[in-house]
Design a protein around this ligand. Sequence first.
Ligand code: FES
Ligand SMILES: [Fe+2]
Length: 344
Amino acid sequence: MTASTETMTPETWLDQGLRSLWYPVAASWELGSNPLGLTRMGENIVLWRDHEGVAHAVEDRCPHRGARLSKGWNLGDRLACWYHGVEVDHEGVVRDVPAIANSPLVGKPCVRHYHVQEQHGAIFVWFGTTADEEPAELVLPEQLSNSDEYGHFLCTATWQCNYQYAIDNVMDPMHGTYLHSDSHSMAEGDRKAEMTLVPTDSGFIFKKTEQAGVNFDWVEYGASGALWLRLSIPYQKKFGPGGPFWIIGMVVPEDEQHCRVFFWRVRQVEGWQRQAWRFMYRTKLEGLHWDVLEQDRVILENLAPDARHHENLYQHDVGLSRLRRVMLKMAKQQLAQRQESAHA
Ligand code: FES
Ligand SMILES: [Fe+2]
């Protein structure tokens, strides 16, 4: 958060990532007992779990001479730097400088700390527009928040592209019929469609006007403390209980050229049906899903350089262009807010 915003444009702000949002930064299973260093939103962050298993996050930089705290030791309520042992707690406060007596650093907040919460198999971190912005409430779609009725698997991957391409990709249902035409779930339906936008409380739905319940026929964008995308794809009976297959997608920028995608794959299944779905997923469906996701990754990582700035959009791209305008507006507001707070 130290880079000057004086010379920034809303477009460059947007390229780096919208703020005032919660983002999933890692799957829960990725954070074990060792500190975990990551880059998200262009910031180096170290995550760790205390003795109760609660996840914490601070800037991954030792206040002494800048070693990566993620290379150090997890002492539960604090991390110890590997280089000379300085200890930092989850509020970024130096708790001990073991190499000398009476260091004035002890008790000082020296590194930035982050608000963290763990939900639905992911660790979420709050990225404020200004350093002291309090987190918003995180409200997730019913397919995640209602865990009695819905069961999910979280799949996550790093893609070598700006995060906006990953969003554009999900906002584009028509690619299912082409890019994924050989897949187990997206082989059916018309290869031509008219599309339309329908507003919702937290965003909008972009859908085919003539076809529903056949293929990837609609997608929804929502903003409720986090930005999320939701869609459903009908499933044939042979793929087990639970009706349509839901996907809740989120993406966090790592830096301007890389992003981390999170896709929760959800079905409405309880009790034995959930067990059956979990078994089928593990033994059969997961591999098929990875094949589909690989198709997306290969296309996106190989788009022409700067593809977004040399496009000829048509009617099927109305959803993604609407979302781009929404996001640019957010970027403008956030940049103005940041500049104002820098002057204050
Ligand atoms: S750099 Fe971390 S203790 Fe010296
Ligand atoms: Fe896709």
